[in-house]
Design a protein around this ligand. Structure first.
Ligand SMILES: [Zn+2]
Length: 210
């Protein structure tokens, strides 16, 4: 036997009547020597019993047909490059309504060690311009840190997660949730004093997985 170790896959229909097996259907499986090789047959029990033949199977066993499981869609962990592609898209859009999302995403990528913060500049809005550099490509992103309040940050985080997981697509954002807080606390107010340099990233709990 030249090809005796070749794998013979189980058929999905009866070798005799051609009917498709149903899941959990009992069947007869056998190997038959044909031309110095093995032919595999899978048959309905009835078809096999009724088959008139002048040969004996090399091997025969009773089995149960199991329908192949549909491929389950695994929940993909958020990948770094997905987050970076989204960041580039958002930056290209130059949509003021997405400023907060851009910022939170950039912070996530910084925490994932994909972006490096190279510089910071005060911005006329009272926020901070943060200059990030892409570790691999060397591209630079200038992102406005809008000094999000913590309660606002949670909303933006949810939005970033929705965008990354595909449950929300660009263009259908709830704009009122992401619009830049125009009545922002002025620098020097009680909330901003003391820890005015503290970045919101300390409370960003999202991790970007590799
Ligand atoms: Zn059959």
């Amino acid at each position: 036997m030249a090809q005796e170790w070749n794998i013979r896959h189980r058929g999905h229909e009866c070798s005799i009547c051609g009917c498709k097996f149903k899941d959990k259907q009992k069947c007869v499986s056998l190997l038959r020597e044909v031309d110095r090789s093995y032919e595999r047959m899978d048959c309905c029990v009835g078809c096999w019993d009724a088959l008139e033949r002048d040969w004996e199977p090399f091997s025969l066993w009773d089995g149960v047909y199991c329908a192949p499981k549909p491929v389950e869609l695994k929940k993909e962990p958020v990948r770094k490059d997905t987050a970076e592609i989204l960041l580039r898209k958002l930056i290209d859009l130059e949509d003021p309504a997405m400023l907060n999302v851009v910022y939170v995403l950039a912070v996530m990528l910084e925490r994932g060690k994909q972006l490096i913060e190279r510089d910071t500049k005060p911005h006329e809005s009272g926020g901070i311009l943060r200059i990030y550099e892409d570790k691999r490509s060397g591209d630079t992103f200038v992102v406005l840190d809008p000094k999000l309040r913590l309660d606002k940050l949670a909303i933006v985080q949810q939005q970033v997660v929705a965008l990354l997981s595909g449950t929300q697509t660009l263009g259908e954002e709830k704009r009122e949730e992401v619009s830049v807080d125009s009545d922002q606390e002025p620098v020097g107010s009680e909330e901003a004093s003391g820890d005015s340099e503290q970045k919101a990233e300390d409370s960003v709990s999202l991790e970007v997985e590799s």
